[in-house]
Design a protein around this ligand. Structure first.
Ligand code: AHM
Ligand code: MG
Length: 335
């Protein structure tokens, strides 16, 4: 038998040691883990499971939904709605919030998720993932409203993602560092593989969709130009570039070996702050990155300090190795 603790056992320990997580939150996270396992099996089946391709519908953001987007969304809803730890859920794939039906016991948490991030990679067998964030429902009023979700990322009580790649790996923070669990398919459970993950403060690797270069704002262009100038430029070192087009995969690489990830505002859609969504993409990833010693801003302020005003609010994202993020942020204030 493996000496490494399972995800379940890890959560039980978190509950026991100093009461780091309450029992309801532990149960909720276990359910999320089980749902991710089911999504992983569906992803793995690929063509064999009739899960590939488009579902012929669009989500609220006007993006074409893939079959797996919808399957993953349903798995997360079904797994969580009856458990008694949730009041409501919000998802990239649903226009409004999903309030737990009153035939089930009501819980005190709110769960937000992007059920299958990096959808454009599904059909080409490249890593994708599920991103999730948990908030406590504010007290003092009956029912659940959109506004209950409009809490700063700093209020999150748990956040994480599950990457479906060569390995299926769940990465979690409950505010006490970042832990990583890999799915052992023979054992059927997630197993702890790393704790206290730390991101190096400096890096020589950046991630951005370079095809948007002509649409960028000056500070981003300056930063990338300086990276591209290499040893002879102002940075005095050569940079490497990676762009997987799955935020989970890009963030996972940064947690493992450092780097900077940017999906900034650009002129293609000048009225939107960026492509990525604050509540279920930027906030959970920013908290994980900060918990690992990195930084996350929108160029002007810490992402976790932004007060949301909409469920599907978008945000410009710059996150990763601290010194690089600080540099890009300083360029935005003209320094
Ligand atoms: P999705 O949630 O619809 O999959 O979109 C989010 C994804 C991110 O995972 C990734 O960083 C980005 O979109 C890639 O965008 P682009 O195709 O513009 O490079
Ligand atoms: Mg996404």
């Amino acid at each position: 038998m493996s000496k490494r603790p399972s995800f379940t056992r890890y959560l039980v320990e978190q509950q026991r040691v100093d009461g780091r997580i309450p029992p309801q939150l532990r149960l909720l996270l276990e359910v999320v883990g089980r749902a991710c396992k089911r999504i992983s099996f569906a992803v793995n089946k690929g063509e064999l499971g009739d899960v590939m391709g488009s579902a012929g519908s669009e989500n609220v953001q006007g993006e074409v939904q893939k079959k797996l987007d919808i399957i993953a969304n349903e798995v997360l809803i079904e797994a969580n709605e009856w458990g008694g730890h949730l009041a409501a859920m919000a998802s990239e794939e649903m226009e409004g919030i999903y309030v737990v039906p009153n035939r089930y016991p009501q819980g005190e948490y709110l769960l937000m998720f992007d059920p299958l991030d990096g959808s454009s990679n599904i059909d080409v067998n490249v890593s994708i993932g599920t991103i999730f964030s948990v908030l406590k429902k504010p007290e003092g009023h009956p029912g659940v409203h959109d506004e209950d979700f409009f809490q700063r990322g700093a209020e999150q009580v748990a956040a994480g993602y599950c990457i479906y790649g060569p390995q299926t790996t769940l990465v979690l923070t409950v505010g006490d560092g970042v832990a990583m669990f890999t799915l052992d398919r023979e054992q059927g459970s997630f197993v702890l593989v790393r704790e206290n993950i730390r991101i190096p403060e400096d890096t020589k690797e950046f991630a951005i969709n370079m095809s948007n270069m002509r649409h960028w704002d000056a500070p981003i262009k300056r930063y990338v130009d300086e990276c591209l100038a290499g040893e002879d430029g102002p940075r005095g070192k050569n940079f490497n570039m990676r762009w997987i087009a799955s935020m989970v995969a890009d963030v996972h690489r940064i947690l493992m070996r450092g780097g900077i990830f940017m999906y900034p505002w650009d002129q293609r859609e000048p009225n939107k702050p960026g492509k990525l969504r604050l509540l279920y993409e930027a906030n959970p990833m920013s908290w994980l990155i900060e918990q690992a010693g990195g930084a996350a801003t929108n160029g002007k302020q810490r992402i976790l300090d932004i007060k949301p005003t909409q469920l599907h609010e978008r945000v410009s994202v710059i996150l990763g190795s601290k010194n690089e993020v600080d540099r890009v942020t300083s360029y935005h204030s003209g320094i």
